[in-house]
Design a protein around this ligand. Sequence first.
Ligand code: ZN
Length: 678
Amino acid sequence: MNNPLLAISTLPAFSKIKAEHVEPAIDKIITDNRTGLESLLKNSTQPDWDNLIQPLEEMEDRLNKIWSPVRHMNSVVNSEELREAYNLCLPKLSEYGTEMGQNKQLYKAYKAIAESNQYSMLDSAQKRTIQNALRDFHLSGVDLTDEKKQRYKEIAQRLTELSAKFEENVLDATQAWEKQCLKKTDLEGLPNSALEMASQTAEQREKEGWILTLEFPSYNAVITYADDRSLREEIYKAYTTRASDQGDNPDWDNSSIIEEMLALRHEVAQLLGFNNYVERSLATKMAETPLQVMEFLIDLAGKSRPQALEEMQEVSRFAKGVLGLDEVYAWDIPYISEKMKGTYFDLSQEDLKPYFPVNKVVAGLFKLVQRLYGITIKEKEGVDTWHPDVRFYEIFEPNGELKAQFYFDLYARPKKRGGAWMDECIARMQTGEGVQIPVAYMTCNSTPPVGDNPALFTHNEVITLFHEFGHGLHHMLTRIGRPSVSGISGVEWDAVELPSQFMENWCWEREALDMFAEHHETHKKLPESLYQKLMGSKNFQTAMQMVRQLEFSLFDLRIHHEYQAKDGARIQEILNEVRNEVAVIIPPDFNRFQHGFSHIFGGGYAAGYYSYKWAEVLSADAYARFEEEGLFNRQVGEDFLHTIIEVGGSRDAMDSFKAFRGREPKIDALLRHCGMAA
Ligand code: ZN
C-alpha cells in the first residue's frame, strides 16, 4: 500500500525504493493510463490540445517519473532482486508502448488536430510534438494489418528483453573477473595511485595484496602502465572477450543475442516497409540516406587513414628502437603510446592528476557555465540518493529562480554499469499548475578516492565529465515545456552529441583550465610548462583515434545495412572487412569487442553510432565561432544557449545550427581541431 514509487511527485525517495515496489507500481500506472486513454478518447469528440494531448502527456510523464529511478537504479546499484523486477516490467512497458503507437483511434485524433483550425494557433513545440507523434504512429505500425501489428508487438518486446540481457551479460562478465597479485614486483610500472587503488580493492574484498579488476580505472591503469607484458596480455584478453564465446562463462555469451537482435531489427524494418534497419534508424535522424552516411564516413576515413598509418608506424619504430619490442600486439599499444608521450612531450597522465582533484574540477565546471550562460549552481545537502558517493545540485537562473536539479554519481564501483551517461529523471513540463522543473542524473566511472586523498581525475576523466554535463545542460536548461520535445527529447539522435562534445573543447583552453586545475596539495595552478606539454600531446595519435571511431561506425552501419536472412548477421566477417579497409590496428583473433558494444546492442545507437562523428562536425564548427569571436564572448554564449540548448527538439537540428552559425555546418573545424588538413 505504501509504495514509494507511486508517491513520486518530485524527487524519488531512493532509499525507500525496493525491488518489491517495482512491478506493482508499473502495473498500477499502466492500468490507470489505459483507463485514462479510453475515457479521453470517448469524451473528446472534438479532440484538441487541451482535452487530449496535454492530459496524455501528463499520463506519460507520470509513468516516466516512476520508471526512470527504477531504470537508473538497475544500472548503478544492480542486484538480483532489482534485476528480476526490472525484467518483469520490460515486456509490459513494451506492450503498452506498442499499443499506444498502434492505436488507430488515437492516431486519427492526432491527425484531426493537425488538420483542424486550432493547429495554426499552437506554438512550435506543440506542432512539433504532433508531427513527431504522427511520424511515430507509422513507425510503430499503425497502418499494418492485425497480424503484422501482432508480430511487431512481439518483436518490440523481444528486442527489449535481448537488449537488457546483453547489458546484464557484460556487467556480470566484468564483475566476475579479478586478479590477485601478492608481490608488488608483479605490478612493476604501475603508478602509486593505481597501486593504492588495487590495494584498497583488496582490502574491501578482505583479501591479501592487490586486486585488479575489469572496471575501467583498473583496466586502464594496467594496460597503460604495467611493464609485465604477459599481465597486459592477460587483462586485455579478459577485457576484450567479456560476454563472448571466448570468455570464461558460456552463460554470459552474447553471440546468439547479437544474432537474434539483428534478425529482428531487420524483420521489423521490413515489416514497416523499409529495405533494412539503417533506413528505419534514419527515419528520425538528420542524415537522410544510408549512402549519405556511408560517404561521410568513407570521406573521413580517406582523410585520416594515411596519417593513422604513419602514426602506427611510429609506434612500431618506437617499440623496436626504444623498448626493444620486435612485434607490437594490441595489448602493447596503450603502453607504448604512454611511453612515447613521456619521451616526446615529457608528459605522463600521472603528472596531471594532482591538478584535477574532483572538488576543484566540479567547482570549475560550474564557474565555466556560469560565465558562459549566467546560471549559478549550488550543492544541496540532505537529499535522498541511491549511494553515499552521490551528490545533488541545483541550478539557478540569473534572477535567482530555481531552473533545474541534478545528481552526480562519479566513481566506478561494483554493481554499476561501466561507461558514462546522462539520463532524465524528470522532464520540464508546463502544466495547469505551473512549470515542472527538469532533473538529470549524470553518471561516470572515474577513479574513486583512494585513502584520505580526494579523487584525482585523469585529463580524460575530466573530458568525460564535461561531456556528460553538456548533455545534462541540454536537458536542464531547456525552455520548452512540452516533454516530448524538451531538452534532448525529440532531438535527432545524430545531433544529440552536439552540446556534449562542444563542452569537451573547454578542457584544452588555458583560460578555462585556470578555473579548475589546481594542485590538491600545493593549491598551485597548472604550470605553463605542463600546460604546453598537454597541448603538445593534444593531437598525438589523433588519426588513430579517428579511424577507430570510423571502424565502429562502419561496422554498426554495415551489419544493419547488409543483413540477409539467408546468411545471418555475418558479424565477425563484416567486422574483419571493415578493419581491413580502415583500421590500422588489427586485433588478435580472440578479440570480441562487439560482444561488449553496449552502444548499439544495449543502448540507443543501433545503426546510429556514426552520430558521434556526425555531431562532431556540428560541435567543432559551433565551437569555432567561440574561437573566432572570443571564448568568453557573452553574446556568443547567449546565442548558443538560446539557439541550440534551450530549444531542445522543438525544431530541426539543422535550423538550430543555422540560427547559431548563420550558415550550414562545415567539416573544416573538426579537421583543424584534430590536426588534419581539410
Ligand atoms: Zn554523449
